[in-house]
Design a protein around this ligand. Structure first.
Ligand SMILES: Nc1ncnc2c1ncn2[C@@H]1O[C@H](COP(=O)(O)OP(=O)(O)O)[C@@H](O)[C@H]1O
Ligand SMILES: Nc1ccn([C@@H]2O[C@H](COP(=O)(O)OP(=O)(O)O)[C@@H](O)[C@H]2O)c(=O)n1
Length: 670
């Protein structure tokens, strides 16, 4: 996950490959609650690991469920609809973050448990959660006899649920269905707790998001509860219903998460399709119907029970006018696809967007306009015009995972403009709500032109702090790091081990060209052997400096270094990164410090690692290495003409990093 303030996406040209989706959020949190209330143990496979499920799991633990991760399987032993004595006596305060799929059903279940078994619960969340209405559910539960206090504004969390109180279950429970279907889901999931007699729920108003109710009913069935349904207005939970663990449950891939990759296939699956595994024709989730909307826009789609393949069909995409009630979450993706269409697209019946993680209609309109698009919005609709004259934009994401994921598709703008732009996604870690590795997954299946992938080069003499600075800068921007010195060090070491003279350029080059070198979790592995510590030894540095003087060796390592230029960007540290390997890098830093400072740093570094060192010999080795690096004919150490010089003798690491990031930012269009 990119836990950084922003992630810059270079212009993207094409997509192809296979994506495995994380588990569905809607199914994961429903299954967790049902498993938590049920008798017996439930083994859950492929549960989504995300902020929202973490919140639900923590709540279940506090309620007394035994929750254990067992390899890829999560085991949940439920409370069998019975609060334990500790919880009854002391009550619970539960913090539910911004997880609507935890707040609503837990509010209903705990209100009923409080009423029937006597306990007090307090449910709260982040400030945005306290702005998301829950009044319709609270009203329905109060009508039943539950004691609920809204601790802030009436109709919104935080809530206090109290008891015991008598419940009136012989009249139908009435709940509004036209703002959010989550209120009905919450009641359906919770009312089996009190179904000594038949319990009837009546929906007031036209029920929205029916596919989510379908998921709820299917999962209740898996847990032994067969709800009778009359149309979408009346639901009956039969007398004597009890939650029983089905033993094992498999969570299918998240169909809303699939929408970004379906869109990617439709837009950029030009030579090969994008294949999505984890959802398909057998999926429970309504959002799988997003593929129909994508097909209406021109995508070519093929499907199996649990996979979908999408490639570009019509181009530009065909404009769309669609009632999106059946795919409320995935439909946000259409708003960005509409930028690539042949006319204005209108998304209708999306009022529920206004009460999600943020006011999504307003958010989409504002951010699309930043890119230059013409957008109109109404109370429950959004119209987006195609975009040809793109502006680089920094997209605010409102702590809303879907805004972040949708707008990554804007980076495909080279497909429709000769003047491509970069797109900045602010707070990219907000995708943790449902798809923590979204951007990593995206980067595996998209292609950019090499020249569009940004590179920052940091060259300079030994111990000037290049490696340290490169790591820091790369970390701040989410970029990959190339420690080119490690490649020369490895070449020197491999030649030495093979008994090849380090003066024999062609022989060392042959070894360098076929290095069996991998980097895994920060460790360097050469021919299966971990050489990380050996690489950093001063003796290895000297060997590197010797072999690095041969032009053949430099040539042999050239392509290997170029291959590090991958999405979303690269920070390359070495001697000739800016002069020879990445001469087109938009920012080149030449880092120096006085010989004395550098010798002191190296000395400290070695002593800290428990390696004995001598200051005098370190300084003379370092000066000898400087002389050789500067004096050699092939790619000598020198600043590129357009390099920014930085002498960090008197600077802290933080200061150097801040300065380089400032230089970088000053080159950005945002
Ligand atoms: N600006 C700085 N101020 C103080 N110490 C630094 C600074 N930059 C780096 N160092 C320290 O100097 C040592 C050498 O840095 P390193 O990154 O290994 O250098 P290089 O890659 O240039 O050989 C490290 O222990 C690092 O913490
Ligand atoms: N791009 C590069 C990187 C390293 N090198 C050589 O490899 C040696 C070791 O590089 P390094 O970056 O690991 O060394 P330190 O600066 O960490 O001491 C340097 O002294 C250079 O001679 C090079 O020639 N070109």
């Amino acid at each position: 996950m990119y836990k950084i303030p922003f992630l810059d996406l270079p212009p993207l040209q094409a997509a192809a490959g296979t994506v495995r989706l994380p588990g569905s959020k809607s199914i994961s949190n429903r299954v967790l609650l049902l498993a938590g209330l049920a008798e017996g143990e439930t083994l859950i496979q492929d549960l989504l690991a995300s902020d929202d499920t973490a919140v639900m799991l923590e709540a279940l633990r506090q309620l007394g469920c035994d929750v254990r991760q067992d390899g890829p399987v999560l085991r949940v032993r439920g409370i069998g609809a019975q609060l334990n004595d500790g919880v009854r006596a002391a009550g619970l305060k539960l913090f539910l973050g911004n997880a609507g799929t935890a707040m609503r059903p837990l509010a209903a279940a705990l209100a009923l448990l409080a009423a029937t078994q006597g306990a007090t619960f307090e449910l709260s969340g982040v400030p945005r959660m306290h702005e998301r209405p829950i009044g319709d559910l609270v009203d329905a539960l109060r009508e039943l006899g539950c004691e609920i206090t809204c601790l802030g504004q009436e109709g919104f969390p935080p809530l206090r649920l109290g008891g015991p109180t008598p419940l009136t279950l012989n009249a139908p429970v009435r709940v509004r269905g036209d703002v959010s279907s989550q209120f009905l889901t919450a009641l359906l999931l919770a009312l089996p707790l009190v179904s000594a007699e038949d319990v009837v729920i009546e929906v007031v108003g036209e029920l929205i998001s029916k596919p989510y109710i379908h998921i709820t009913l299917e999962l209740l069935k898996r847990f032994g509860i067969e709800v009778r349904r009359d149309g979408w207005e009346r639901f009956t939970i039969p007398a004597g219903s009890r939650y029983r663990s089905p033993g094992e449950v498999h969570v299918e891939g998240d169909a809303s998460s699939a929408s970004y990759f379906v869109a990617l296939g439709a837009l950029a699956g030009i030579e090969a399709p994008v294949r999505i595994e984890g959802v398909g024709t057998a999926s429970l989730q309504g959002d799988v119907r997003f593929v129909e909307a994508a097909a209406l826009m021109g995508a070519t789609v093929s499907q199996g029970p649990n996979w979908v393949e999408v490639r570009r069909g019509a181009w530009p995409l065909k404009a769309l006018d669609l009632d999106c009630n059946h795919i409320p979450d995935a439909a946000m993706t259409l708003a960005v696809m509409a930028l690539y269409a042949d006319g204005p697209s209108t998304l209708r019946n999306i009022a529920s967007w206004r009460v999600k993680e943020t006011d999504r209609i307003a958010a989409m309109a504002t951010e699309l306009q930043k890119l230059g698009a013409t957008v109109e919005e109404g109370p429950d609709w959004l119209r987006v015009n195609p975009l040809h004259d793109w502006k680089p934009a920094s997209i605010h994401t409102y702590d809303d995972h879907r805004v972040a994921m949708c707008f990554s598709l804007a980076a495909l703008n080279p497909l429709v403009t000769d003047r491509p732009v970069r797109v900045r996604i602010e707070d990219p870690a907000c995708v943790a709500k449902t798809f923590p590795d979204y951007f990593e997954t995206l980067f595996e299946v998209v292609r950019a032109r090499r020249a569009d992938i940004p590179v920052i080069t940091i060259d300079g003499p030994t111990a000037s702090g290049k490696g340290t600075l490169a790591d820091e800068v790369a970390h701040a921007l989410g970029y990959i790091v190339l420690d080119s010195g490690a490649l020369y060090r490895t070449a020197g070491l491999a030649a030495f081990h093979a008994g090849v003279s380090l003066d024999d350029g062609p022989a060392v080059a042959q070894i360098a060209a076929t290095l069996d070198l991998h980097f895994r979790k920060g460790r360097a592995i050469l021919q299966g052997e971990d050489i990380t510590d050996l690489l950093r030894e001063e003796a290895t540095g000297l060997m590197a400096s010797q072999v690095a003087a041969h032009p053949e060796v430099r040539q042999a390592l050239h392509q290997l270094q170029l291959d590090f230029r991958r999405l979303p960007g690269l920070v390359a540290d070495g001697r000739d990164m800016g002069t020879a390997v990445f001469p087109d890098a938009p920012l080149k830093v030449f880092l120096t410090a006085s010989a004395q400072t550098r010798a002191e740093r190296r000395y400290k570094q070695l002593i800290d690692k428990g390696i004995s060192a001598n200051m005098e010999s370190l300084r003379s080795d370092l000066e000898a290495r400087d002389a050789r690096d500067k004096g050699r004919a092939a790619s000598p150490l020198k600043p590129a003409q357009d390099a920014q010089l930085l002498d960090n003798s008197g600077q802290t690491i933080e200061e150097s990093k801040a300065l380089v990031l400032e230089w970088w930012q000053s080159r950005q269009p945002f």
